[in-house]
Design a protein around this ligand. Sequence first.
Ligand SMILES: [Zn+2]
Length: 376
Amino acid sequence: MGIQKILFFLILLFAVNTLTYAEIKDQKEAPLMTFDYKNQPEAFWEKYLKGEQLSVCRNHGTERAGSGLYDKFFEEGTYYCACCGGDHAVFDSNAKYDSGTGWPSFYQPVEGGVIARTDPHDTLRGLVGLGRTEVICARCHSHLGHVFDDGPPPTGKRYCMNSIALTFSAKGTPPKRTYTVTEAKESQKSSPKSSKETAIFAMGCFWCGESEFRDDSGAPLKGIISLRVGYAGGSTTHPTYESHEGYKEAVKIVFDPLVLSYTKLLDIFWHNVDAFDAKGQFCDKGFPYTSVIFVGNNAQKKAAMATKAEIEKHFGAPVHTEILESQTFVDAEEYHQNYKHKNPVRYRYYRWNCGRDQRLKQLWPEKSLPNSPKED
Ligand SMILES: [Zn+2]
């Protein structure tokens, strides 16, 4: 082998080695690329996001129209998802236009930036064919906004976003991180200890109340360990469907607060009761049907009272939902459990005739929280 060939091999070997080293070094310094944002518990998000940003990204909130940073903002550059730290690109300024709605609007996302899906929060709108299409970050699955079919060419789409869920970096500048997280840091904390809490809600007919805590397939929402309908708050020993004097029809939810918060459960509760009915719920009148939050601890009581005050303020009317410190609960007969999915036809017939959805739509035309605006 000539000296030149040996030299060539040496250089090649060096180059390959350097390359491998650089790659490994890169991986070590960029753990963010592989961090599994979309499967983090609520506690994770509460640590990194605060206030309105947490509410929009993780609780499907909407910023007030015209209040965001990027509504009337047209600089050239890239928009990133702020929910997962501001380094995952979701939109480009070249697809941005002024929709006049008060929210930053784009006619298309960057490739692989977002996922559009049937809005799982629009259960009431969905029933009447008005369900929206939610836009979530493809990386962390946080809520960014909605997409509508009234946009400009070439796509005809209007991606209506919340400014607070976005960060912007001018053309040619790197993304601005809003926070950083490394896998090592998060995994060090070992898997969070599993914890359990119980929530009990009386929401009128328990078939309907229970169904709100399940997804379309009939499975309990993520974070729910067990979901039962039964009789709550009474004192006799064997309440039955035929005889449960002193008890309310109720739903008992055992849940993992690290995955699903009590606040989220309260949110579902308030959106699915008529808090202003002192005599019962919808078509069902009488003691067993009035709405009650049966709290199990002080934190639950505080949260329940705070949300009750919010509802009163929002509607300017007294709320008749009671908050009681008791978690006495007896399971109802098996045929009442998951009734909606066992008897879909009878369930829908009953629910429609009871006027539940009609009244709920009146109360919550946009199914939004009292502190969030109506449309995005
Ligand atoms: Zn994200």
